[in-house]
Design a protein around this ligand. Structure first.
Ligand code: ADP
Length: 400
């Protein structure tokens, strides 16, 4: 048996389940996979292990059945879970409201609290609960830990999380900024401070997590003090299919003028806006390719995306007062050099410069892309949310 503590990291969606065995010390994963089409007649597991990728079909009536299939995949195709010191199951949980400011060991009471938060995350929290219930049924002897996407942002000061709306909306209906991607911001902030060679407690960072969803956070001394996503993940930056910031009066206007229902508007802003709305394509690689070919929509989408990002960098610079580094992460942030160059162009007066050669060099490692000696470093730090969940799970069970 490998003595290093390992965590089975789980990310449950409504019809899918991602699972990964993760070494909490190194982040290495000897195996994992994805179960798709849960609750349809035949589901699929795409399992990665020592034999490479294998596809298995089977009945996955619910999340418990999906776990059973994943376990069978581990047994038949490896790696054998018995060969590892599996100390916990770590669950990604989306919305912890203002109830959870840190990861917690899962109990029936914690499950009830996640259930109470369903109105804030009607798609995600029920799926997370299904995943937790399924995993607890199959691994009754292991501790289960829930790691919330919102928890990292519970350090926001009141003036940053408060919307300027009637106060009773916040006190009676929990309407406020929560922020998301917290697991990633936590991981990337620590890694960035390490790269800078500064204690995290003395480091001020602007971290842009740019994936399919995208958000940006001002981190002072390791704590989130402002973040662009709000009560839901719709607010803030331009994303793959989400609009990010719009005038809140848009809803009333669209309802009055186009006769759209609130649900229809919600769907349009979440699913058919952002890059997809402007360029007809939500995959950033494709947007970049179309832009190179001179496609007008893709050029506009790129410009709007970078302009919004630049606007937030400026705002968060002002929030922090002093910035040690601007950090890019996520599929777009880690790979799309033109986004990094364009969103930070012309900011030398603020001490922010991107070195063109460093920016263009492909490299999967955490690295600086600013010239040596820059007042504000510009960093690219690949995120690893699964490792962060494993690490936090081990910390929680160590403490409890
Ligand atoms: P998620 O938010 O689902 O975790 P990722 O962080 O994996 O997503 O980011 C996905 C986005 O990253 C997609 O828009 C994809 O096109 C983009 N991306 C991935 N690789 C590249 C690349 N080499 N250049 C530009 N964009 C990329």
């Amino acid at each position: 048996m490998s003595g290093a503590p390992h965590v089975l990291v789980v990310n449950a969606g409504s019809s899918s389940l991602k699972y990964s065995l993760v070494d909490a010390t190194t982040g290495a994963s000897p195996g994992g996979g994805l179960v798709e089409r849960i609750s349809e007649q035949v589901g699929t597991v795409i399992h990665e292990g020592p034999e490479g990728e294998v596809r298995i079909e089977g009945a996955v009536a619910d999340h418990e059945a999906a776990f059973a299939l994943a376990l069978a995949a581990f047994e038949e195709h490896g790696p054998s879970l018995a060969a590892y010191d599996v100390v916990a199951v770590g669950h990604r949980a989306v919305h912890g409201g203002d109830r959870f400011s840190a990861p917690v060991r899962v109990t029936d009471e914690v499950c009830r609290a996640i259930e109470d938060l369903v109105p804030l995350a009607p798609l995600h929290n029920p799926a997370n609960l299904e995943g937790i219930a399924g995993a607890r049924a199959l691994f009754p002897d292991l501790p289960h830990v829930a790691v919330f996407d919102t928890a990292f942002h519970q350090s926001l000061p009141e003036h940053a999380w408060t919307y300027a709306v009637p106060r009773s909306w916040a006190s009676e209906h929990a309407i406020r900024r929560y922020g998301f991607h917290g697991t990633s911001f936590s991981f990337v902030s620590r890694a960035a401070a390490e790269l800078l060679g500064k204690p995290l407690e003395e480091t001020n960072l602007i971290v842009a997590h740019l994936g399919n969803g995208a958000s940006i956070t001002a981190v002072r001394g390791g704590a989130s003090v402002e973040t662009s996503m709000g009560m839901t993940p719709l607010e803030g930056l331009v994303m793959g299919t989400r609009s990010g910031d719009v005038d809140p009066a848009l809803h009333a206007h669209l309802h009055r003028e186009l006769g759209l229902s609130l649900d229809e508007i919600d769907t349009e802003l979440n699913r058919n806006s952002g890059l997809k709305g402007l360029a007809g394509e939500n995959d950033f690689r494709e947007v970049l390719r179309m832009r190179t070919d001179g496609d007008e929509g893709a050029c506009l989408a790129f410009d709007v995306y970078c302009h919004r990002l630049r606007k937030y960098v400026g705002a968060y610079y002002a929030v922090l007062g002093r910035v040690d580094a601007v950090v890019f992460t996520g599929g777009v942030g880690e790979n799309a050099a033109p986004v990094r160059a364009e969103s930070l162009a012309g900011l030398a007066e603020l001490g922010i410069t991107v070195d063109a050669e460093r920016n263009a060099a492909p490299n999967g490692e955490p690295r600086a892309i600013s010239p040596d000696g820059s007042r504000v470093a510009v960093l690219v730090v690949p995120t690893d949310e699964e490792w962060e969940i494993a690490r936090q799970a081990v910390e929680v069970i160590g403490a409890s």
